[in-house]
Design a protein around this ligand. Sequence first.
Ligand code: SF4
Ligand code: SF4
Ligand code: SF4
Length: 317
Amino acid sequence: MSDIQTLIRNEAVRLLENHEVDVVVGFRTGTTPLHPQPVFVTNAEDAQDLILDGFCQNNLATYLTRLPKEQKIGLIARGCETRAAHALVVENQHARDHLYLIGVPCQGILNCRKIESLVGENILSVEETDEWVIIRTRNGDHKFDRQDLVHDSCLRCQHPNPVSPDILLGDSTEVVESELACQVIEDFEKRSSAERYAYFTQEAERCIRCYACREACPMCYCAECFVDHTAPRWAESMISPSGTHAWHIIRAFHQTGRCVSCGACERACPMDIKMTYMTEKLNQDMRQQYGFEVGMDDAGQPPFAAFSLDDKDRFVS
Ligand code: SF4
Ligand code: SF4
Ligand code: SF4
Protein backbone atom coordinates (compact mmCIF):
# COMPACT_ATOMS: atom_id res chain seq x y z
CA MET A 1 0.00 0.00 0.00
CA SER A 2 2.75 2.46 0.94
CA ASP A 3 4.48 1.88 -2.44
CA ILE A 4 1.39 2.91 -4.32
CA GLN A 5 1.06 6.00 -2.14
CA THR A 6 4.59 7.05 -3.00
CA LEU A 7 3.86 6.57 -6.71
CA ILE A 8 0.65 8.61 -6.41
CA ARG A 9 2.38 11.44 -4.56
CA ASN A 10 5.28 11.57 -7.01
CA GLU A 11 2.93 11.69 -9.98
CA ALA A 12 0.81 14.41 -8.36
CA VAL A 13 3.94 16.50 -7.69
CA ARG A 14 5.05 16.07 -11.32
CA LEU A 15 1.65 17.07 -12.71
CA LEU A 16 1.30 20.12 -10.47
CA GLU A 17 4.89 21.35 -10.87
CA ASN A 18 4.64 21.05 -14.68
CA HIS A 19 1.20 22.74 -14.64
CA GLU A 20 -0.25 19.78 -16.50
CA VAL A 21 -3.26 19.90 -14.17
CA ASP A 22 -4.79 22.57 -11.90
CA VAL A 23 -5.91 20.14 -9.22
CA VAL A 24 -5.35 16.52 -8.23
CA VAL A 25 -8.42 14.85 -6.76
CA GLY A 26 -7.60 12.07 -4.32
CA PHE A 27 -7.91 11.04 -0.68
CA ARG A 28 -6.20 12.13 2.54
CA THR A 29 -6.34 10.78 6.08
CA GLY A 30 -9.65 11.62 7.78
CA THR A 31 -10.47 12.55 11.35
CA THR A 32 -11.43 8.98 12.25
CA PRO A 33 -9.46 5.83 11.34
CA LEU A 34 -11.96 4.21 8.97
CA HIS A 35 -12.86 7.33 7.04
CA PRO A 36 -10.30 8.93 4.69
CA GLN A 37 -11.63 12.09 3.04
CA PRO A 38 -11.61 13.30 -0.57
CA VAL A 39 -9.07 16.09 -1.04
CA PHE A 40 -8.34 18.64 -3.78
CA VAL A 41 -4.60 19.22 -4.04
CA THR A 42 -3.58 22.36 -5.91
CA ASN A 43 0.11 22.70 -4.99
CA ALA A 44 2.96 20.21 -5.01
CA GLU A 45 3.73 20.52 -1.26
CA ASP A 46 0.26 19.28 -0.32
CA ALA A 47 0.65 16.21 -2.56
CA GLN A 48 2.33 14.51 0.43
CA ASP A 49 -1.15 14.35 2.05
CA LEU A 50 -2.41 11.95 -0.62
CA ILE A 51 -3.20 8.38 0.43
CA LEU A 52 -5.05 5.44 -1.06
CA ASP A 53 -6.17 2.38 0.84
CA GLY A 54 -9.15 0.07 1.17
CA PHE A 55 -11.00 2.54 3.37
CA CYS A 56 -11.32 5.16 0.61
CA GLN A 57 -15.05 4.74 0.03
CA ASN A 58 -16.06 7.50 -2.41
CA ASN A 59 -16.11 7.30 -6.19
CA LEU A 60 -13.89 10.32 -6.96
CA ALA A 61 -15.28 10.70 -10.50
CA THR A 62 -18.27 12.32 -8.78
CA TYR A 63 -16.21 15.51 -8.53
CA LEU A 64 -15.81 15.81 -12.31
CA THR A 65 -19.30 17.32 -12.45
CA ARG A 66 -18.83 19.35 -9.24
CA LEU A 67 -15.59 21.16 -10.22
CA PRO A 68 -15.45 23.94 -12.84
CA LYS A 69 -15.37 22.57 -16.39
CA GLU A 70 -12.37 24.76 -17.32
CA GLN A 71 -10.18 23.15 -14.63
CA LYS A 72 -7.65 20.55 -15.71
CA ILE A 73 -8.24 17.71 -13.28
CA GLY A 74 -5.84 14.94 -12.31
CA LEU A 75 -8.09 12.17 -11.01
CA ILE A 76 -6.71 9.30 -8.96
CA ALA A 77 -8.81 6.56 -10.44
CA ARG A 78 -9.48 2.89 -9.78
CA GLY A 79 -11.35 0.76 -12.36
CA CYS A 80 -14.84 2.10 -11.63
CA GLU A 81 -13.60 5.69 -11.41
CA THR A 82 -11.95 5.51 -14.85
CA ARG A 83 -15.15 4.03 -16.29
CA ALA A 84 -17.28 6.78 -14.71
CA ALA A 85 -14.83 9.39 -16.03
CA HIS A 86 -15.07 8.01 -19.59
CA ALA A 87 -18.87 7.87 -19.32
CA LEU A 88 -18.96 11.50 -18.17
CA VAL A 89 -16.73 12.53 -21.10
CA VAL A 90 -19.19 10.80 -23.45
CA GLU A 91 -22.03 12.73 -21.77
CA ASN A 92 -20.13 16.02 -22.29
CA GLN A 93 -19.68 16.61 -18.56
CA HIS A 94 -15.93 17.13 -18.75
CA ALA A 95 -13.57 17.49 -21.70
CA ARG A 96 -11.15 14.58 -22.10
CA ASP A 97 -8.24 16.96 -22.72
CA HIS A 98 -8.99 18.61 -19.33
CA LEU A 99 -8.74 15.30 -17.58
CA TYR A 100 -5.69 13.26 -16.60
CA LEU A 101 -6.50 9.82 -15.28
CA ILE A 102 -3.94 8.59 -12.74
CA GLY A 103 -4.83 4.92 -12.88
CA VAL A 104 -4.40 2.72 -9.82
CA PRO A 105 -5.27 -1.00 -9.83
CA CYS A 106 -7.78 -1.83 -7.12
CA GLN A 107 -8.11 -4.65 -4.60
CA GLY A 108 -11.57 -3.66 -3.45
CA ILE A 109 -13.01 -1.28 -0.91
CA LEU A 110 -13.42 -2.57 2.63
CA ASN A 111 -16.83 -2.74 4.26
CA CYS A 112 -16.66 -0.36 7.25
CA ARG A 113 -20.11 -1.32 8.50
CA LYS A 114 -19.07 -4.95 8.63
CA ILE A 115 -15.88 -4.01 10.49
CA GLU A 116 -17.82 -1.96 13.06
CA SER A 117 -20.32 -4.77 13.53
CA LEU A 118 -17.43 -7.18 14.20
CA VAL A 119 -15.27 -5.05 16.51
CA GLY A 120 -17.51 -2.21 17.71
CA GLU A 121 -16.99 1.49 17.16
CA ASN A 122 -14.06 2.10 19.53
CA ILE A 123 -11.50 1.87 16.75
CA LEU A 124 -8.14 3.52 17.44
CA SER A 125 -6.23 2.72 14.26
CA VAL A 126 -6.11 0.36 11.28
CA GLU A 127 -3.34 -1.37 9.40
CA GLU A 128 -3.82 -2.94 5.98
CA THR A 129 -1.74 -5.15 3.70
CA ASP A 130 -2.64 -7.06 0.53
CA GLU A 131 -3.56 -10.09 2.66
CA TRP A 132 -4.89 -8.91 5.99
CA VAL A 133 -6.31 -6.02 8.00
CA ILE A 134 -5.57 -5.29 11.67
CA ILE A 135 -8.10 -3.18 13.56
CA ARG A 136 -6.81 -1.78 16.88
CA THR A 137 -9.52 -1.01 19.43
CA ARG A 138 -9.61 -0.10 23.13
CA ASN A 139 -10.38 -3.75 23.79
CA GLY A 140 -7.49 -5.19 21.81
CA ASP A 141 -6.40 -5.97 18.26
CA HIS A 142 -8.48 -7.84 15.67
CA LYS A 143 -6.85 -9.39 12.61
CA PHE A 144 -8.92 -10.28 9.53
CA ASP A 145 -8.30 -11.82 6.15
CA ARG A 146 -8.63 -8.79 3.86
CA GLN A 147 -10.84 -10.62 1.37
CA ASP A 148 -13.41 -11.33 4.12
CA LEU A 149 -13.95 -7.58 4.58
CA VAL A 150 -14.31 -6.52 0.94
CA HIS A 151 -17.56 -4.77 0.09
CA ASP A 152 -20.07 -6.85 -1.95
CA SER A 153 -19.98 -4.46 -4.93
CA CYS A 154 -16.20 -4.91 -5.11
CA LEU A 155 -16.49 -8.70 -4.79
CA ARG A 156 -18.70 -8.49 -7.91
CA CYS A 157 -16.28 -6.19 -9.75
CA GLN A 158 -15.10 -7.28 -13.22
CA HIS A 159 -13.00 -4.16 -13.91
CA PRO A 160 -10.70 -3.53 -10.94
CA ASN A 161 -7.95 -2.25 -13.26
CA PRO A 162 -8.13 1.29 -14.64
CA VAL A 163 -9.63 1.48 -18.14
CA SER A 164 -7.48 3.58 -20.56
CA PRO A 165 -5.76 5.72 -17.92
CA ASP A 166 -3.20 8.38 -18.89
CA ILE A 167 -0.73 6.66 -16.60
CA LEU A 168 -0.93 3.35 -14.76
CA LEU A 169 0.72 3.20 -11.34
CA GLY A 170 1.52 -0.15 -9.75
CA ASP A 171 0.88 -3.71 -10.92
CA SER A 172 -2.42 -4.77 -12.43
CA THR A 173 -4.84 -6.71 -10.25
CA GLU A 174 -5.63 -10.25 -11.38
CA VAL A 175 -9.22 -10.36 -12.65
CA VAL A 176 -11.19 -13.43 -11.65
CA GLU A 177 -14.70 -14.12 -12.87
CA SER A 178 -16.98 -13.23 -9.98
CA GLU A 179 -19.59 -15.82 -9.01
CA LEU A 180 -21.28 -13.18 -6.87
CA ALA A 181 -21.77 -10.93 -9.95
CA CYS A 182 -23.83 -13.67 -11.64
CA GLN A 183 -25.48 -14.72 -8.39
CA VAL A 184 -27.11 -11.36 -7.66
CA ILE A 185 -28.75 -11.33 -11.11
CA GLU A 186 -29.71 -15.03 -10.99
CA ASP A 187 -31.33 -14.48 -7.58
CA PHE A 188 -33.36 -11.62 -9.06
CA GLU A 189 -34.38 -13.51 -12.21
CA LYS A 190 -35.56 -16.66 -10.47
CA ARG A 191 -37.95 -14.73 -8.23
CA SER A 192 -41.61 -14.45 -9.25
CA SER A 193 -43.06 -10.94 -9.80
CA ALA A 194 -44.66 -11.09 -6.35
CA GLU A 195 -41.36 -12.12 -4.73
CA ARG A 196 -39.49 -9.34 -6.57
CA TYR A 197 -42.03 -6.79 -5.38
CA ALA A 198 -41.89 -8.10 -1.81
CA TYR A 199 -38.08 -7.83 -1.77
CA PHE A 200 -38.12 -4.36 -3.31
CA THR A 201 -40.78 -3.15 -0.84
CA GLN A 202 -38.86 -4.55 2.11
CA GLU A 203 -35.72 -2.62 1.12
CA ALA A 204 -37.57 0.56 0.09
CA GLU A 205 -39.60 0.86 3.28
CA ARG A 206 -36.46 1.71 5.29
CA CYS A 207 -35.58 4.59 2.94
CA ILE A 208 -35.60 8.01 4.61
CA ARG A 209 -35.21 9.88 1.28
CA CYS A 210 -31.97 11.55 2.32
CA TYR A 211 -30.56 11.17 -1.24
CA ALA A 212 -27.08 10.33 -0.01
CA CYS A 213 -27.10 7.60 -2.69
CA ARG A 214 -27.67 10.23 -5.36
CA GLU A 215 -24.97 12.55 -4.01
CA ALA A 216 -22.43 9.71 -3.91
CA CYS A 217 -23.13 8.57 -7.47
CA PRO A 218 -20.84 9.81 -10.26
CA MET A 219 -23.63 9.32 -12.80
CA CYS A 220 -26.26 11.35 -10.87
CA TYR A 221 -25.41 14.93 -11.75
CA CYS A 222 -28.61 16.64 -12.96
CA ALA A 223 -28.81 20.24 -11.71
CA GLU A 224 -32.39 19.46 -10.72
CA CYS A 225 -33.17 15.83 -10.00
CA PHE A 226 -36.61 14.59 -11.14
CA VAL A 227 -37.48 13.95 -7.50
CA ASP A 228 -36.99 17.63 -6.57
CA HIS A 229 -38.92 18.94 -9.57
CA THR A 230 -42.15 20.62 -8.52
CA ALA A 231 -43.86 21.62 -11.79
CA PRO A 232 -44.78 19.05 -12.78
CA ARG A 233 -44.08 16.85 -9.77
CA TRP A 234 -42.87 13.44 -10.96
CA ALA A 235 -42.73 11.75 -7.55
CA GLU A 236 -44.17 12.49 -4.11
CA SER A 237 -41.46 14.15 -2.04
CA MET A 238 -42.77 12.91 1.32
CA ILE A 239 -41.80 9.51 2.73
CA SER A 240 -44.76 7.62 1.32
CA PRO A 241 -44.52 4.12 -0.20
CA SER A 242 -45.54 5.36 -3.67
CA GLY A 243 -43.07 8.28 -3.61
CA THR A 244 -40.23 6.10 -2.34
CA HIS A 245 -40.97 3.35 -4.86
CA ALA A 246 -41.01 5.94 -7.66
CA TRP A 247 -37.68 7.33 -6.45
CA HIS A 248 -35.91 3.97 -6.57
CA ILE A 249 -37.48 2.70 -9.79
CA ILE A 250 -36.97 5.90 -11.79
CA ARG A 251 -33.42 6.32 -10.47
CA ALA A 252 -32.60 2.74 -11.51
CA PHE A 253 -33.98 3.36 -15.01
CA HIS A 254 -31.97 6.58 -15.28
CA GLN A 255 -28.91 4.44 -14.60
CA THR A 256 -29.69 1.86 -17.29
CA GLY A 257 -26.45 1.19 -19.15
CA ARG A 258 -24.84 4.10 -17.23
CA CYS A 259 -24.15 2.61 -13.80
CA VAL A 260 -20.48 1.69 -13.37
CA SER A 261 -21.26 -0.76 -10.52
CA CYS A 262 -19.04 1.05 -8.02
CA GLY A 263 -21.42 0.54 -5.08
CA ALA A 264 -20.85 4.09 -3.78
CA CYS A 265 -24.63 4.54 -3.44
CA GLU A 266 -24.97 1.54 -1.13
CA ARG A 267 -21.94 2.53 0.95
CA ALA A 268 -23.35 6.05 1.39
CA CYS A 269 -26.80 4.89 2.47
CA PRO A 270 -27.35 5.42 6.22
CA MET A 271 -30.06 2.75 6.20
CA ASP A 272 -27.92 0.08 4.49
CA ILE A 273 -30.44 -0.27 1.67
CA LYS A 274 -29.36 -2.54 -1.16
CA MET A 275 -30.65 -1.50 -4.58
CA THR A 276 -27.71 -2.12 -6.90
CA TYR A 277 -29.22 -5.50 -7.83
CA MET A 278 -31.55 -3.50 -10.09
CA THR A 279 -28.79 -1.60 -11.89
CA GLU A 280 -26.75 -4.82 -12.15
CA LYS A 281 -29.70 -6.53 -13.86
CA LEU A 282 -30.25 -3.53 -16.18
CA ASN A 283 -26.53 -3.46 -17.03
CA GLN A 284 -26.64 -7.14 -17.89
CA ASP A 285 -29.62 -6.50 -20.18
CA MET A 286 -27.57 -3.77 -21.91
CA ARG A 287 -24.67 -6.18 -22.41
CA GLN A 288 -26.90 -8.94 -23.75
CA GLN A 289 -29.25 -6.84 -25.90
CA TYR A 290 -26.85 -4.18 -27.18
CA GLY A 291 -23.35 -5.51 -26.46
CA PHE A 292 -22.75 -2.33 -24.48
CA GLU A 293 -20.75 -1.82 -21.31
CA VAL A 294 -20.46 1.69 -19.96
CA GLY A 295 -17.17 3.54 -19.61
CA MET A 296 -14.97 1.26 -21.70
CA ASP A 297 -13.99 4.14 -24.01
CA ASP A 298 -14.65 7.83 -24.65
CA ALA A 299 -17.05 7.30 -27.56
CA GLY A 300 -19.86 4.81 -26.86
CA GLN A 301 -23.23 6.39 -26.03
CA PRO A 302 -25.43 4.35 -23.65
CA PRO A 303 -28.10 2.74 -25.88
CA PHE A 304 -30.99 4.46 -24.10
CA ALA A 305 -29.30 7.85 -24.47
CA ALA A 306 -28.55 7.45 -28.18
CA PHE A 307 -30.85 8.47 -31.02
CA SER A 308 -30.48 7.46 -34.64
CA LEU A 309 -32.64 8.39 -37.61
CA ASP A 310 -31.82 4.93 -38.99
CA ASP A 311 -33.23 3.11 -35.98
CA LYS A 312 -35.02 0.07 -37.40
CA ASP A 313 -37.52 0.05 -34.54
CA ARG A 314 -40.03 2.83 -35.34
CA PHE A 315 -41.31 2.91 -31.77
CA VAL A 316 -41.65 6.69 -31.64
CA SER A 317 -43.30 7.49 -34.98
S1 SF4 B 1 -15.97 -1.50 -7.99
FE1 SF4 B 1 -14.70 -1.79 -6.16
S2 SF4 B 1 -13.14 -3.28 -6.82
FE2 SF4 B 1 -14.04 -2.45 -8.68
S3 SF4 B 1 -12.66 -0.77 -9.22
FE3 SF4 B 1 -14.36 0.10 -8.04
S4 SF4 B 1 -13.62 0.18 -5.95
FE4 SF4 B 1 -12.28 -1.24 -7.07
S1 SF4 C 1 -25.92 3.78 -9.19
FE1 SF4 C 1 -24.57 3.24 -7.43
S2 SF4 C 1 -23.27 1.61 -8.26
FE2 SF4 C 1 -24.17 2.67 -10.03
S3 SF4 C 1 -22.68 4.27 -10.61
FE3 SF4 C 1 -24.15 5.20 -9.20
S4 SF4 C 1 -23.18 5.00 -7.16
FE4 SF4 C 1 -22.12 3.56 -8.54
S1 SF4 D 1 -29.21 6.91 0.71
FE1 SF4 D 1 -30.53 5.24 1.42
S2 SF4 D 1 -32.04 6.20 2.76
FE2 SF4 D 1 -31.07 7.85 1.58
S3 SF4 D 1 -32.43 8.10 -0.25
FE3 SF4 D 1 -30.82 6.66 -0.84
S4 SF4 D 1 -31.68 4.61 -0.41
FE4 SF4 D 1 -32.95 6.11 0.71
